[in-house]
Design a binder for this molecule. Structure first.
Ligand SMILES: N[C@@H](CCC(=O)N[C@@H](CS)C(=O)NCC(=O)O)C(=O)O
Length: 299
């Protein structure tokens, strides 16, 4: 090595010469690639800006709800979209749907654009809209009842959700998912990536470390708790529907209409029939146009 260095051959010089030779050979291809990527990025930026211009012009106080495309049996395969859309209907807030950009500023679906502002997370959106439109459906509840409603929402959204994710994407291998909405073919090919991502997420959350029997039992306990609290009441907090109904209906709608063959659907049909009847009741009250909101629409 010292000998080579003495005649001026150092690793840096060899690398430099190599890069120079490569650049000379590949220059046109590299320049073309840079121009192409640049053009693609610019086009996508312009399209993004144009979409925003359109959404900002939706009209004052009109919500643009960004979500996944419509489902075949339930308007959406996201419990959080069904939750938010049910709230918009409950509060009679005007909204329009966008399915071009379902993932929002926090990397999740749904999100909304309202008067040029982008807001993410179904719960934060509902709280914001509740103030803006003066639509709070829980004012008549005692502090104790509000605490109970919050606990039920967290149980269903932060615990039961994982039981369902695990069933939908890992156990069922996405069958009910692909059956429930029209998905581009390429998505079928790359489904293994989504499955891998969700498996990792379930492991990180902790639920993925249990056996499937244990997870199913945890899910059953959540549904049993909801069923016994609901009892014969029409809605979770009594005679009148409140915000927690949106969250619970959002999740139960996924069992009722998007989980054919799942143990959770079986539970709704056998042990917790009041939850199944509740789904039909909320659907009837807030989704009279349900069939038209499916894709393809049902006459
Ligand atoms: N806390 C959020 C949860 C939303 C959420 O988890 N959405 C799912 C679809 S159902 C999502 O976008 N997942 C994408 C991801 O986790 O990367 C909300 O209430 O909006």
């Amino acid at each position: 090595m010292p000998l080579l260095a003495a005649v001026g051959i150092t690793p840096m010089r060899v690398a430099g010469k190599g890069a120079h030779w490569l650049w000379g050979k590949c220059k046109p291809a590299v320049v073309t690639a840079i121009v192409l990527v640049g053009a693609l990025k610019l086009t996508s930026y312009i399209q993004r800006q144009n979409r925003r211009k359109k959404w900002n012009n939706a009209g004052k106080d009109v919500v643009v709800l960004h979500s996944f495309p419509r489902g075949k049996f339930c308007p959406n395969l996201s419990p959080f979209v069904v939750k938010l859309e049910t709230y918009l209907r409950m509060a009679a807030i005007p909204y329009e749907l966008d399915t071009v950009e379902p993932i929002g500023p926090k990397g999740k679906c749904p999100w909304i654009t309202l008067n040029g502002e982008e807001i993410a997370d179904s719960q934060l959106i509902m709280e914001k809209l509740s103030k803006l439109y003066g639509k709070n459906f829980s004012t008549h509840l005692s502090e104790e009842q509000k605490a109970l409603a919050l606990s039920m929402r967290i149980m269903i959204e932060e615990h039961f959700l994982w039981c369902l994710i695990l069933w939908r994407y890992i156990i069922d291998e996405g069958r009910s998912f692909f059956n429930g909405m029209i998905v581009p073919k390429v998505f079928h090919v790359v489904f293994f990536l989504l499955k891998r991502y969700l498996k990792k997420a379930c492991h990180m959350q902790g639920i993925g470390r249990h056996s499937y029997e244990e997870i199913e039992e945890m899910g059953r306990k959540d549904l049993a708790a909801l069923s016994s609290w609901l009892g014969d009441k029409p809605f979770f907090m009594g005679e009148k529907p409140t915000e927690v109904d949106c969250a619970i209906f959002g999740m139960l709608s996924q069992i009722q209409w998007n989980s054919a063959g799942s143990p959770y659907l079986h539970m709704l049909e056998s042990d917790f029939v009041n939850l199944s009847a509740y789904c039909l009741r909320v659907k009837e009250k807030f989704w009279p146009d349900w069939n038209k909101c499916l894709y393809p629409p049902v006459e």
